[in-house]
Ligand binder design. Sequence first.
Ligand SMILES: [Fe+2]
Ligand SMILES: [Fe+2]
Length: 343
Amino acid sequence: MNRFVVKSVMRGLINGRSYCSGGSISGGHAYRSAIVGRSLQLSGQHNGVTFGGFEWRRMMSSAPASVEKATSEREEKTEKSAAEETKGKEVVTSSYWGISRPKVTREDGTDWPWNCFMPWETYRSDLSIDLKKHHKPKNFMDKFAYRTVKILRIPTDIFFQRRYGCRAVMLETVAAVPGMVGGMLLHLKSLRKFQQSGGWIKALLEEAENERMHLMTMIELVQPKWYERLLVLTVQGVFFNAFFVLYLLSPKLAHRIVGYLEEEAIHSYTEYLKDIESGRIENVPAPSIAIDYWRLPKDATLKDVITVIRADEAHHRDVNHFASDIHFQGKELREAPAPLGYH
Ligand SMILES: [Fe+2]
Ligand SMILES: [Fe+2]
């Protein structure tokens, strides 16, 4: 058993890429299930996006012809790499259980390439959010949370310096943990106490998913080295368990720490943007996963992607400081309306 775990970890470190997502539909497994997909009728409205029948339409691009050409080349490459991924692999046949992914297409008739998120989970980022908002530490717990985050930043600064791509990957592997832990613990509490959660389970899980999409985007741009992968494994092992215990003991402190972590994330992405603007980091085309997830124009670039990710972090900052404030008022989260779809 232990040998199996060690082997799996080593294989993961050596082979690299994770199975979900991939702007290039890198997940061979996921693609297989898509190509055997049985069409299902879907209709309705999610997140302000109307979808009906088998298709969902993204806004038409007003990009110039050259950009359209570059985009179509990129899409061609995406399809080609997806085909290569599935080549020679066993195709899952129609099952007795009748489970298959509905066929979804874009407005232009092309297949929706992602299995890890659907069109109705996509959104346009609210870039008007105040990036400078800061929760002033008022009491001992706030100050403890603030100092903890500031101290945690020191080794990160030393290790990554201005390698903001790698830094972002590391940051996102950590940032996607608290929402999942908080959501899971609230879920268990709801079961134990026969109480509704007020929507907070969903809100925190949405945050975790949003953070994971940041990671899935960043991993399209940056390939971490083996020792960075090892660092991610170690940090996740420590951070997940530490945050789990912390959330059990004091959700108020846990949310405050996350609020400050998000403030640091805004700072890191601002520095990242400065390096893109100065030309130190090349402003490459946005990965296709990002274009679909944030409904960006087809000619979007890395700068656009980092800008929307930074706006997401500002929303997470607000949610977590808000959650902590609710606890500080001696109330439970379920007593305040959960910020669903707030990112
Ligand atoms: Fe993030
Ligand atoms: Fe965040």
